[in-house]
Design a protein around this ligand. Structure first.
Ligand code: FES
Length: 134
């Protein structure tokens, strides 16, 4: 694979999760598909890079831990149907500041980015490279 193919593979892996799947219609989805969506217990990556967000002191925030919210990085209640076992993480900043909030949902220091997205990107890259050489 040449370098441009490598970049394309990386780009495809990184953008795959930026394109959200359309909501499933009960009429078009099979029951197993609906069940797998309803039974999701693992978070999904909302994006590959963290969100840079300005927060205000004393204001309450709910960071989306499941990755299904359409108001990333904050919860919109989508976890109730998409990942009922996952709850948002609520936090209240002590002063006005700019935070880097996790988007890949793999952080060990929620809601803050801990660099785990680099591992996710690397895993995507490995999958893409394996796909190219099949
Ligand atoms: S929508 Fe993801 S935790 Fe609420």
């Amino acid at each position: 694979m040449n370098s441009s193919g490598f970049v394309v593979a990386l780009w495809r892996g990184c953008t795959r999760d930026l394109i959200r799947p359309q909501p499933l219609s009960p009429l078009s989805a099979s029951s197993s598909m609906m069940q797998s969506v309803l039974m999701s217990t693992q978070p999904v990556s909302a994006a590959r890079l963290p969100y840079r967000v300005k927060v205000s002191a004393g204001k309450r925030y709910a960071w989306c831990a499941c990755g299904h919210s359409k108001k990333q990085p904050f919860c919109d209640g989508a976890h109730r149907t998409a990942a009922p076992t996952i709850s948002p993480l609520r936090f209240t900043p002590d002063k006005d500041r700019t935070l880097m909030l996790c988007a890949c949902k793999q952080t060990k220091n929620a809601p803050y980015c801990d660099g785990s997205h680099l591992k996710v990107i690397f895993q995507d890259l490995v999958k893409s490279v394996k796909g190219v050489f099949k």
